[in-house]
Design a protein around this ligand. Structure first.
Ligand SMILES: [Zn+2]
Length: 417
């Protein structure tokens, strides 16, 4: 399976200039290729193939006066940039044909110099790790890396990312064997909430992290300061950098906390059951901020990735399942309840329920039943994997590229992927 290992890197001034040039060239090549495809589409011509595009927008373009500067940077990141475009088109076509599930994917768009995040990918031909620990990038040089942990094997590619706060990271893709943990008997239902982060069927309550609020207060203060600075002034640029840094701090803090929670949950349980909340739907409503804060989709993604790596099972219970209406003791189905109702007594058996704990228990029971009844399914819980986790390497989502690897493993005591 593919995993990403991310490290902070410290390019020199000269290397930063070379990287900036390469970011620019990769963007131009991407945009030129997109233009060619758009034109072909408009004129009813065949979809230009990747290899033909490469000849046109890289090899031939280098010989023209307008694009001669493409020769001043390494060719590998330019080719990777075209591959990214191919992937973007493939995602679009698969989305249209229904082959790809989830939110509809639009046509690829032009990249801008002003995009907050810049990135470049090098394959095996384009980078090397020197014996002195420096990362050699073709036509960039030997870049200093902060190796916060060892790479498990030779990486197959590296993506260099510049984030809005001005930090550079190298995100390596490595192919590793799954590292299955010894089996445990425990299984758990997880109810994701708003008042608390989550309630487990064991009765454990995971609270929303308070420190995140603190980091956010700092962010808000920085944003206010920015709004008071005159447009185009030096102080404004300084304030903008400060806002970006505060943003990065919030994101890192959140990610770090999510890693700790998910690592522990995966370590403790053989199977984990979740409700398929329509996170995207909810996020559009007025709950937007708290849903976004809670980072539920990231929570689920991390659980899935870690489950695949450590031999655990994640099962998502169908969204239509009325987890807050069923009595987890006797199975009586009560009516729907407004969110404000935190406790209720079952009219059938009289048991007093905490809303979230009851839901978590229902999720556990429903998940276990699903898996037992699955066609061609399993014999006992904890054996089959009904929902295979997504591969970790999929494009370059921002979430993968945060320097989460910089910190030590969470409370579960297993190494974090
Ligand atoms: Zn009951």
């Amino acid at each position: 399976m593919h995993l990403r290992y991310c490290y902070r890197i410290y390019p020199t001034v000269g290397q930063r200039e070379a990287l900036a040039r390469t970011f620019g060239c990769a963007r131009v090549v991407y945009n030129d290729a997109l233009e060619v495809r758009k034109e072909a589409r408009k004129n009813g011509l065949a979809y230009p193939k990747g290899t033909d595009l490469q000849k046109l927008v890289i090899t031939a373009a280098k010989r023209t006066a307008e694009r001669a500067w493409l020769a001043s940077v390494g060719v590998d990141p330019l080719i990777q940039s075209l591959r990214d475009l191919d992937t973007a088109y493939r995602n679009f076509f698969d989305s249209v044909s229904g082959k790809r599930a989830g939110r509809p994917v639009g046509l690829p768009r032009f990249k801008s110099k002003r995009d907050a995040r810049q990135s470049l990918r090098f394959t095996r031909n384009g980078f090397r790790i020197r014996s002195n620990g420096k990362l050699n990038l073709a036509k960039i040089g030997d870049v200093r890396v902060k190796w916060s942990r060892a790479l498990p094997t030779d990486p197959s590619s590296v993506t260099i990312v510049l984030d809005p706060s001005g930090r550079y990271h190298a995100s390596f893709v490595v192919d590793v064997e799954p590292d299955h943990l010894p089996e445990v008997d425990a299984e758990v239902g997880i109810d994701l909430g708003l008042a608390t982060y989550a309630v487990l069927s064991t009765g454990e309550v995971i609270d929303n992290p308070r420190f995140l609020r603190k980091a956010e207060k700092k962010l808000k203060a920085a944003q206010r300061e920015l709004s008071r600075k005159a447009k185009g002034s030096k102080n404004r640029a300084k304030a903008r950098r400060k806002v970006a840094k505060a943003h990065a701090k919030v994101a890192d803090t959140r990610m770090d906390w999510l890693h700790k929670q998910t690592t522990r949950l995966i370590g403790e349980n053989q199977a984990l059951y979740l409700e398929d909340l329509n996170v995207r739907g909810l996020a559009r409503g007025r709950l937007a901020k708290s849903v976004h804060d809670a980072g539920w989709s990231t929570f689920r993604r991390l659980l899935e990735e870690k489950a695949a790596r450590y031999g655990r099972t994640i099962h998502v219970v169908n969204r239509a399942f009325p987890s807050s209406q069923l009595c987890s003791d006797c199975g009586h189905r009560d009516g729907p309840k407004p969110l404000a109702v935190r406790e209720w007594a079952c009219p059938e058996c009289g048991v007093l329920h905490d809303r979230d704990l009851n839901a978590a228990r229902n999720i556990l029971a429903a998940g276990q039943a699903d898996r037992l009844n699955a066609p061609g399914g399993l014999v006992r819980p904890g054996v089959a994997i009904p929902r295979q986790a997504r591969p970790v390497e999929r494009g370059t989502r921002l979430g993968d590229l945060r320097p989460t690897g910089v910190r030590v493993a969470g409370a579960g005591g297993i190494p974090r992927p």
